[in-house]
Ligand binder design. Sequence first.
Ligand code: HEC
Ligand code: HEC
Length: 334
Amino acid sequence: MVSVLLLGCVDTSPTIDMSVYQVDIRPSWPDILIPENNPMTAASVAFGKQLFTDKRLSIDSTISCASCHKSTSGFADSVPFSIGVGGKLGFRNSGSLTNVAYLPYFNRDGGVKTLDRFSLVPIEDHAEMNLNLIEMTHRLMHDESYVKLAKTIYNRTPDAFSVSRALASYLRTFISDDSPYDRYVYDGDSTTLTPSQKRGYDLFFGPRAKCSTCHNGINLTNYTFQNNGLYADYKGKDRGRQRVTDDPRDEGKFRVASLRNISLTAPYMHDGSLPDLDAVLDHYINHGVPHENKNPIIDEIQITRSEKEDLISFLEAMTDDAFIRNNAIVTLGE
Ligand code: HEC
Ligand code: HEC
């Protein structure tokens, strides 16, 4: 009898692995910024991974982070505006989380400064998960394995602090650095791009298409805020950077978009108003529409119709299949 009771008390939960998590990045790429107060451990990444697909983080337990950031869509969504709790629509196109560890600030208007606190934004947002953070902690306290993880990793309860930091640890593992484009540029392997993609590459970085004036660096963005001529009038529309700075000179300016896994993240632009890459290229060929904040480079872009196809194939070379299928990152279920 005694031995049966003892057996019943044996702790069968998996041990919590507090070893340092090494993010696998190309040696030639810069290190990602890992804040001293949130070191990446196997445990913090695993905790974040579980939270990412946990619908309990939304008020009615119907929506998880993965509902709007789908691996098959390059960790973006496939609709212009994602649906949050109660069928509510947000006002921006969901961001891809590819290489998010490299971003100097977050959201298309730069409204959020740190990844370590970022997750509290969607959790509390009324049109996304709409969950009060105190209520969240009460809920997660019922989950013994979360309580144990939060205690071991952060010496806290599963509260706003530990949940947002674990999610940040996990998001820092979203490294995409092995697309055909990367093997061409960083490994010098000239066989990975098709002839059309190579022509597209030369155009993209060349003086006529001018794409790389704004889209450059490892994520194909210089992280500045630019108006690329989408609308003539922003009345009743998303004013972008102006929402943060209240400066009319920032009206219609958005962070230059990363082009990582771009062929998976349709529809495009901050409001998902352009359905496919063909429409994006047409936008640039036609120089968008006039606006006093539009960057003048947009008017100087010269692309012929036949060059358009080459540029689109080039953009498709940013798709990193190994990243999308990486078991360490991909979580099933939404
Ligand atoms: C209802 C849909 C929805 C849910 C749920 C959601 N997100 Fe998002 N997410 C978005 C949208 C839309 C954006 C783009 C917002 C913007 O640019 O202003 C975004 C942007 C982000 C960004 C910034 C990316 C960048 O490029 O700056 C991060 C990081 C992020 N989400 C992580 C999360 C995490 C973690 C969760 C779960 C706690 C989550 N999201 C839940 C829709 C959602
Ligand atoms: C003056 C700077 C600038 C130039 C030049 C420029 N872009 Fe952009 N691009 C942007 C900005 C800013 C955005 C984001 C706009 C938004 O969110 O509404 C963007 C968005 C995009 C997107 C959509 C990304 C997404 O996730 O929605 C693609 C694709 C793109 N650009 C490709 C190109 C190509 C190809 C060229 C060259 C023909 C080019 N861009 C030239 C600034 C620029």
